[in-house]
Ligand binder design. Structure first.
Ligand SMILES: C[S@@+](CC[C@H](N)C(=O)[O-])C[C@H]1O[C@@H](n2cnc3c(N)ncnc32)[C@H](O)[C@@H]1O
Length: 281
């Protein structure tokens, strides 16, 4: 199993000099998750292959390239295909139940799970989250601002984040307490800037990660290009990322190492400015 740990000066509002780690592991998450200590993470944030992209078995069996790119817009269709996107709904539900169940044992009590999904497999995902033992808390909406237009139909402009907690999560009703938004309008990543066919915007991931403690640890068992790792770097969280495909593992390693290097080189003023920008000050 390939493994890499990148340590760097923490981003976010952690005290100057604090370090965070980004641990990247290559392999099938169902196997690799066994290597992670129980109750060691504060949040699971993941974007699994949706096994969607069509109503019929024939549609689902296409490569991810054919399913998700009808044109080679700005070269986006040249990005590598990825694995695990061809299950029918019954298998997908069971697969996600197994993964989310293993992830839960790795999460401390009260920790949070956030899983991306589209409209087609939303019911499968809410089933899987619950049968994996998480307490189902709700659905966050991501309005990505684009979709394939079909005359006479509603657009499917949104994707969803199903979320839950590992057992009870105490709500602290104190003045100024952090409350996370339930709906985000953030444009999907421009095709020419993508590292992955279905990359999620780092800005969106940073907002979601806000629900976990500063200096805590976020686990992504389907890390793809490593966008969750980049969001963790920026916000002062440790990261544990797993990816099956060697090509995407290498892409994630390169992107995260480059971001860590940039962060290491930033002056305190620049760091403060970025943090304020993120917090909307
Ligand atoms: C939807 S993509 C994640 C994209 C990522 N959020 C990003 O922004 O780059 C899902 C990823 O999970 C990986 N994958 C599929 N099955 C897996 C498995 N069993 N274990 C680990 N990774 C897997 C795929 O190769 C793919 O890169």
């Amino acid at each position: 199993m390939n493994m890499e740990t990148i340590k760097t000066r923490a981003g976010g509002v952690l005290p100057s000099g604090t370090e965070t780690f980004q641990r990247l592991l290559q392999g099938d998450c169902l196997e690799v998750l066994k290597e992670i200590p129980d109750a060691s993470v504060d949040m699971v944030l993941c974007d699994p292959p949706y096994s969607s992209g069509g109503l019929f078995a024939g549609d689902r069996k296409q490569s991810t390239n054919v399913k998700y790119f009808d044109t080679d817009f700005n070269g986006s269709a040249k990005l590598p295909n990825f694995s695990g996107d061809n299950m029918d709904q019954r298998s997908f539900t069971e697969f996600m139940r197994m993964v989310l169940s293993k992830c839960r044992t790795k999460t401390r009590e009260g920790g949070v799970c956030c899983v991306f999904i589209d409209w087609r497999n939303l019911p499968a995902m809410t089933d899987a989250l619950q049968t994996a033992g998480w307490v189902y808390r709700g659905i966050v909406v991501w309005n990505k601002g684009n979709s394939r237009p079909t005359p006479g139909r509603f657009r499917n402009d949104c994707e969803y984040v199903v979320w839950g907690t590992n057992g009870p999560k105490k709500a602290e009703f104190t003045k100024g307490a952090f409350v996370a938004g339930g709906c985000y309008n953030i444009k999907s990543v421009n095709a020419k800037d993508r590292h992955h066919q279905t990359q999620k915007p780092v800005e969106l991931l940073e907002k979601l990660i806000g629900i976990s403690p500063e200096g805590g640890t976020v686990l992504d068992p389907f890390m793809g290009s490593g966008s969750t790792g980049v969001a963790c770097l920026h916000t002062g969280r440790n990261f544990v990322g797993i990816e099956l495909d060697a090509t995407y593992y290498a892409i994630a390693k390169e992107w995260i190492a480059k971001e860590a290097e940039n962060q290491e080189g930033e002056g305190d003023g620049e760091r403060q400015e970025k943090e304020e920008e993120r917090a909307g000050v």
